[in-house]
Ligand binder design. Structure first.
Ligand SMILES: [Zn+2]
Length: 315
């Protein structure tokens, strides 16, 4: 996530909830799970990505060994979950970086994308920003390993986001006319489990309003009050947004302090930052909310299932 001037809070919706109940569905598989078994527990992905940063100089920044190891881990997990994996190289500074895609083909030709960036800033391991998005997407990919969607689901893991959305810009700039014709939306997951979490849905893109409403309803059905946030082009939805393509996403807060009213409805600490370690060395595996990560992994899993089945011709 790029550092904007200020996070704009637009409106508030209904219901209250403190003390989130985490569904049993996400109980971690027994330790010693045989290699090759995709895991539905996002916390296991967080542990693996932290270890990668620890083994590679403390970060997973673009063009670094930590980024390469992260890319290899993502590809392995996706192919273990039976998804069709491909990559797209793009020029980056003096070298090249890569975007990673995982696809589950449908029969309608319509394509729905869900994604997040896998690089960190050079200053730290990037667990809240954005191992949480990667872990949620990988766990959801494993949880939907047997899905036979009507529409094609394409998961995207972007490189070079912290240096200006390089990967997602390259993808959008190189979309063919056929890609645009079948494109139904891109959902962004960047910073989805801050340690003092909030529940925001992007309020950027008029085209994304239906998806926004579906996401807000999903939370409301679980007693969680969301707020809408305007992020402009501060993450990988930006290139889609700039080209007028349907896009939206969620974020659990990254700048500024949680207000008293927000602490009332979301729990956590009022007057404290959502993410005190944003873009710092202390953005480690202890700098996330495991409960919020598991809940948002459930959201991503539901979106893959629901948008995989959606009849866009009726929309
Ligand atoms: Zn980010």
């Amino acid at each position: 996530m790029r550092r904007p001037a200020r996070l704009a809070v637009v409106t508030a919706a209904t219901t209250t909830a403190v003390g989130l109940a985490v569904p049993a569905a996400f109980s971690a598989p027994a330790t010693g799970t045989p290699a090759g078994t995709p895991t539905v527990d996002p916390m296991q992905h967080i542990a693996a990505l932290q270890q990668i940063a620890d083994d590679n100089g403390g970060n997973r920044a673009a063009l670094s060994p930590g980024s390469r190891a992260t890319a290899a881990y993502i590809k392995q997990q996706l192919s273990d979950a039976g998804w069709e994996v491909s990559t797209q190289s793009f020029p980056f500074l003096s070298g090249t970086e890569e975007n990673i895609f995982a696809e589950r083909k449908g029969t309608t030709g319509d394509v729905v994308m869900l994604g997040g960036h896998y690089d960190s800033v050079p200053e730290g391991p990037g667990m809240s920003d954005n191992a949480t998005g990667v872990a949620g997407l990988l766990a959801a990919a494993a949880a939907t390993a047997d899905a036979q969607p009507r529409n094609t689901i394409r998961l995207a893991f972007w490189g070079g986001e912290e240096r200006g959305m390089k990967g997602s810009n390259y993808y959008v700039d190189t979309m063919s006319a056929a890609d645009r014709a079948t494109f139904k939306g891109y959902l962004n997951f960047d910073g989805i489990a801050a340690p003092n979490p909030g529940y925001y849905v992007y309020e950027d893109n008029k085209n994304g309003e239906q998806i926004n409403a579906d996401i807000s309803k999903w939370y409301a059905d679980r007693g969680i009050q969301t707020e809408q946030a305007f992020l402009g082009v501060q993450s990988d939805h930006g290139p889609f947004y700039t080209k007028g393509l349907t896009t939206t996403g969620i974020i659990s807060g990254y700048l500024g302090n949680k207000t008293e009213a927000q602490a009332q409805k979301w729990g956590g600490t009022a007057g404290a930052p959502f993410d005190p370690c944003y873009h710092q060395a202390c953005d480690t595996k202890d700098n996330i909310s495991p409960e919020t990560l598991k809940l948002n992994t459930q959201l991503i899993t539901s979106l893959i299932t629901d948008y995989g089945a959606k009849d866009f011709s009726a929309a």
